[in-house]
Design a protein around this ligand. Sequence first.
Ligand SMILES: Cc1cc2nc3c(=O)[nH]c(=O)nc-3n(C[C@H](O)[C@H](O)[C@H](O)COP(=O)(O)OP(=O)(O)OC[C@H]3O[C@@H](n4cnc5c(N)ncnc54)[C@H](O)[C@@H]3O)c2cc1C
Length: 484
Amino acid sequence: MTQPFDPLLQDLLDVLGEGVVFSGDQIPGKAKSDESRTGRAMPAIYLRPRTAVEVADALRLCNAARRPVTIQGGMTGLAGGANPDGGDVALSLDRLAGVEEIDRDAGAMTVWAGTVLETAQKAAEEAGFLLPIDLGARGSCQIGGNLANNAGGIRVISHGVTRDNVLGLEAVLADGTVISSLNKMQKNNTGYDLKQLFIGSEGTLGVITRAVLKLKPIGEGRETCLCAVESYEAAVSLLHAARKDMAGLSAYEVMWRNFFDFSSKAEGLRFFEETPPFVVLIEQTGAASIEAFLEASFEQGLIADAVIAQSEKQRLDVWKVREGYALDHLPDLMNYDVSLPIGDLDAYAREVTDDILADYPEAHVSVFGHMGDSNIHLCISVGQAGEAEHNAVDGIVYDHVRRFKGAVSAEHGVGRLKRAYLGHSRSPEEIALMRRIKAALDPNGILNPGRVLPASEGDDSGRSVSVRTTVQNKERRRRRFDPS
Ligand SMILES: Cc1cc2nc3c(=O)[nH]c(=O)nc-3n(C[C@H](O)[C@H](O)[C@H](O)COP(=O)(O)OP(=O)(O)OC[C@H]3O[C@@H](n4cnc5c(N)ncnc54)[C@H](O)[C@@H]3O)c2cc1C
């Protein structure tokens, strides 16, 4: 069937040429969905610009045509943010890749947004530095995607989230204006810190094309251990002790029994005679001895047992269990990424688990996460799940987040999947201000529409969510949380 004439396609071809502009069968299948696997439509036009100027030209034309643009990085996102709607223009950053400069004196590297994280990490290492941003998807995710999502990952406890490791950036606005804010200095208080507008805005305010990232010294030596912990209170006290006694603490990850049991069995690995209620993974780089720390913790009754990795293979085995990839084989797995005050994480996890099991007695609920960063992940499978089950489980998970005054997204972003729940974590006034910023930077709403912000102002309190949940669940939760 012949496609109807698309004047924007012709304009883009005229300005950018055939090597940059693709349509129809030329568009690769990967343009359909990110790792959330919720994408359902192919874009109508696919762009692979090679320079920031080409990004600017593309956006100028799309803006004039009022055509939605979906920005695509490494497509490892878990919130559906990079999934296009049919008819969209998809703009891939994959060709805008490479390390432009490593400035040793400034302790900074300048990279193009489409650079794969692992490539940037290796370049930093070859120059004798550590690039502190690190996450499981390092082999595919891009620096631009990391900034757009303000990614967290496994080094947050020592180096902060992505935002804390960015000195400057360059971004292109919806109208094609290039904002070059490639600052390399540690201190710069000249007016508004514009880079912060783009970091964590999930592509709704501009296309990030370059970034200046902080580099740190590479730590000497690395020790990793697993600790058996009998209570959540002990896990919190152990965290305090680890922070106090280990200057080089680089990971503090907690696995609830259900998760550890499932993941270690699936990997065929056995670390303890019996799985304790909590298993804590501690990693440190530096001079302190992890053995001395564990001995002291044992004496204080904080841990019941511990295993120290004796080789790189054992270290990787420990992390393999923590990554929990075996969970992906459970039917219709639902992944959640929430933040709560550290003291509340276990109470939250227990309440969600109880509610899920009350409604779905056969369900699998796994809990684990970056406890040191007040962030846990819940992986829930209730068997084959349709929209009703997804909405019901979302409702349970996020209603409890609201009650504990937590965040419905800790590090994966809001994207398309959590926008209806933004009001669970942010006030109507905060969301109204977000809408004003969006309107100022992208008045025609062409950049990643349908992400982050709720569908309409009426949804800003998050109440619209109950419309999507089953009536039974809605009634049950209203009784529990809103006695009035
Ligand atoms: C195995 C695995 C492990 C993961 N572990 C973690 C983790 O520990 N911590 C964590 O935070 N996340 C994690 N993630 C989620 C994901 O990898 C991160 O969010 C990552 O930062 C996304 O980068 P990306 O390049 O793949 O972005 P994409 O998936 O392509 O896009 C994500 C969002 O950013 C926007 N975007 C992408 N590039 C740009 C750009 N240049 N300018 C403007 N907007 C842009 C997109 O439109 C979309 O809204 C994990 C994912 C997987 C599959």
